[in-house]
Design a protein around this ligand. Structure first.
Ligand SMILES: [Zn+2]
Length: 615
């Protein structure tokens, strides 16, 4: 794969409709997508129990018109970090531009661009309703007492005028309801100001009833907002705070900089999702989780992943996505760095911060190895590039576990090549300075020379060809001994039910296939059944696999109830436990490790190198 592919669908302006006079159409010499100059943009966002009853957020944008001509306003097609085209313009209704007390003519120029004729007005206000009905981190969602919304959904921008314009935002809600956002407060309560559009749309909002508290970490305020109120309280809330306090300093240590004034962790818990997912921003993130994540260690791991993104991808970012283009996709072959290496650092933050011990870290790494071993081999660059089209070839999202492991390998090779004087941390920090701090994205001309320098001049051409551009299995037999680690094979007996399942759009676990002769078939499970519980273990529980194995992995023939929903009925079927043997490889400390390998191993766990012994 060539790393310079820039395939992207560019929106084509639709034919101009007839109602506007011909002379008002854009002049041939200029870009057809250029708005008349506008300034002093003020966005007003209203959400209360009345708009909530209609599942809408009411938006008003007011601006000054600086010249004659048509005003073109567009709404983004995607939210950076969520690599899919979502076309937020489709959730807009009741679009209504006015000047003083008169309505203005308007039509659509393309599917996400509105064309407004100000007809000489100096000041224009555009009102619309945004339908907050999408339970997705990149989108907007509402309940009778709550909404979350991303700026990419509701803040239109003037076409062809760049993104460096300042704007204010006022959030109006009802007494007793709260607002949480990473936006910069601007005096009056509920009013915020950002100096450019990129920052404006990178700071999502919670509005309504939810729990909100804050604490200082490294002398800066962290906010924790959780919906619904009361969902995450007591020990579970103390636990996530403890994890944030332990891990954030270990992430800052990589870059020797904490890049935010405040950081907001915004979490929604709902049974409407079976798993959990989160989306990063420069000083906040939004997570949507099944309530089973409350108090579960997985939540700390995802939280760290999102927080690390504040450096890696929100600031240090591939040149393919610098600056963000909100009208089209921006494929990049570098998501294995932006996502995968972020995931490696989430694991490192956990072990370096003392949230997990070294065995816990090796467990997380071993799980990634197992996951990759079970997938169709895909090149990391290909998986990165193609995520935008949700490919069915099995490559999608491989850049997470496989990219994380590529980061681990690079870290080991850099430490090995430099006698543990340098690490992947040095590469991340060097690029942060050389690219982000210089106001640009990074390319392969930044990345690979930095890796090579850190590793004492070792060439990574072969590494790139085999493991990043290629599909060769990762060379663990060569890598692990350099870090004083080894693979141990264990034969485990585990209970097997004999169904293949998938999660449907509502989050339910649906039986896709019933294995002939298996436990489920004998019990009467049918394809299409919604799986609810095995024994007394809820299949939506994030610890389901572990709980199921420990409860039913002991004795063949133990009775196993299988609770399913079939149509409108809930059935409890009866089966008997059957155990199968499986060889599981686990990562382990090598007691025979050389002194150098042991230093490298400890350096990885502690975030240290020779000459930089702990910070
Ligand atoms: Zn991520």
């Amino acid at each position: 794969m060539i790393a310079s592919l820039r395939a992207a669908a560019i929106l084509v302006a639709a034919t101009l409709p007839g109602f506007l006079p011909a002379q008002q159409k854009a002049p041939a010499a200029a870009s057809p997508l250029r708005s008349a100059a506008v300034s002093n943009l003020r966005y007003e966002v209203s959400f209360d129990s009345a708009t909530a009853a209609r599942n809408v957020i009411a938006v008003a944008v007011t601006f000054d018109v600086g010249e004659k001509g048509l005003v073109l306003l567009s709404i983004p097609t995607w939210t950076p970090g969520s690599y899919e085209i979502a076309n937020f313009a489709r959730f807009v209704s009741d679009f209504s531009p006015r000047a003083a007390d008169r309505p203005l003519d308007w039509d659509k120029l393309d599917y996400d661009t509105w064309r407004i004729d100000p007809a000489g007005a100096r000041s224009v206000t555009v009102r619309f309703d945004y339908h907050a009905t999408t339970l997705d981190n990149a989108a907007a969602w509402s309940r009778p007492d709550f909404a979350f919304v991303n700026g990419t959904n509701i803040f239109p921008y003037p076409e062809g005028r760049g993104f460096e314009f300042p704007a204010t935002v006022t959030v109006k809600t009802q007494p007793g309801w709260l607002v949480a956002t990473g936006m910069e407060p601007a005096g009056a309560p509920g009013t915020y100001r950002e100096s450019n559009y990129h920052d404006l749309v990178d700071k999502p909002f919670f509005v309504g009833r939810f729990d909100l508290d804050s604490a200082q970490v490294e002398g800066r305020w962290h906010r924790l907002a959780t919906y619904p109120a009361g969902a995450m309280a007591g020990p579970a809330r103390s636990l996530i705070w403890d994890q944030i306090e332990k891990t954030v300093p270990r992430m800052s240590a990589v870059f020797r900089e904490t890049p935010w004034r405040t950081y907001s962790t915004l979490l929604v818990f709902t049974r409407e999702v079976g798993g959990g997912s989160a989306l990063e921003h420069s000083n906040s993130h939004v997570g949507i989780y099944n309530p089973g994540f409350i108090g579960n260690p997985l939540l700390a791991s995802i939280t760290d992943h999102e927080i690390f993104h504040a450096w890696n991808v929100k600031r240090l970012r591939p040149a393919d996505m610098w600056p963000y283009n909100y009208a089209r996709s921006q494929p990049t072959p570098w998501l294995w760095v932006s996502e995968g290496i972020t995931d490696y650092y989430a694991d490192l933050a956990l072990v370096r911060g003392g949230v997990v011990d070294s065995a816990g870290f090796l467990g997380l790494t071993g799980e990634k190895m197992q996951q990759v071993a079970g997938e169709t081999p895909a090149a990391l660059e290909d998986a990165s590039l193609t995520t935008w089209i949700s490919p069915v070839d099995g490559s999608q999202y491989q850049y997470y576990p496989k990219g994380s492991l590529a980061g681990f390998m690079l870290d080991v090779l850099i430490r090995d090549g430099s006698d543990n004087r340098r690490s992947l941390d040095d590469v991340m920090r060097e690029l942060y300075g050389a690219a982000y701090k210089k106001g640009r994205g990074f390319t392969g001309q930044d990345w690979w020379p930095a890796v090579s320098r850190a590793a004492g001049g070792r060439s990574f051409t072969d590494f790139y060809q085999k493991y990043i551009d290629g599909r060769e299995p990762f060379p663990w037999a060569d890598i692990l001994p350099r870090a004083g680690l080894r693979m141990a094979a264990d034969t485990v007996r585990e209970p097997r039910v004999g169904v293949a399942t998938a999660q449907d759009s509502s989050g339910a676990i649906v039986v896709q296939m019933v294995q002939p002769g298996g436990v489920a078939e004998a019990a009467g499970v049918k394809a299409g059944d919604h799986l609810i519980a095995l024994g007394d273990i809820d299949v939506m529980d994030p610890s389901f696999g572990e709980a199921f194995r420990s409860r039913f992995g002991k004795r063949e023939g133990d009775s196993l109830s299988i609770k399913v929903a079939r149509g409108a009925d809930t059935l409890t079927l009866h089966g008997a436990v059957r155990l199968v043997e499986r060889v599981e490889s686990t990562l382990d400390l090598d007691p025979q490790a050389s002194a150098k390998a042991a230093r490298i191993r400890n350096g990885i766990f502690r975030g240290t190198t020779e000459g930089q012994p702990g910070r």
